[in-house]
Design a protein around this ligand. Sequence first.
Ligand code: AMP
Length: 215
Amino acid sequence: MNQPLIFALARGRLLDETVPLLTELGIEPTESLTGSRKLMFETEHPGVKLLVLRAADVPPYVERGGAHLGIAGKDVLLEYGSDMLCEPVDLQLSKCRLMTAMKKGIELPAMGRIRVATKYVNVARRYFASQGRQIDPIKLYGAMELAPLVGLVDVIVDVVDTGNTLKANGLEPRDLIDYSSARLIVSRVAMKTRHQHIFPMIEKLNKWAKSRDAS
Ligand code: AMP
């Protein structure tokens, strides 16, 4: 098998946390992954290449064979919703909660569709359906917190860590939809065709994640 193993990483806050994990696997990029406009990186590990993608693009790359494995947040995986991806390791990184949030003192409209701003449209639709409510989603890509303040929506669905961003904008967290953390993802195909490379990685990362979780 001469083709390189391709590992897809998410740019942004998760990327800095990913570097020690790569070191654990003996994968050293030949140049810094951050602060570069490059998308594909060589490594000192023979036969491993890295892709640095938008977080939401990691699942489709891995699912469709553009990469053999990757790291993606559970929030992104819940939104993407594929049954062709395995999630063999909870890496215990980038932990946060998917939540609804609203203006302080405001309640949801008693009837009719709920106006929701989010980049997690599928997650929001499923969550409110489970509450017996239909939504009118507005897909936004950032600064979700503004939308209820200007009356664009009733509620937002977003990831929350400390809750400081909500608070600073006069919003408060309401319902917990799910917990999120970064996961190692592998396509079902690569799990079979590249198992001799991927299984030892899964074993190492499981140990690494467990030791981090315990500390
Ligand atoms: P916080 O103020 O700590 O609750 O952080 C909230 C802001 O950071 C929101 O803009 C979120 O979209 C973003 N955020 C928080 N945690 C994460 C995470 N684990 N992954 C990606 N974005 C996050």
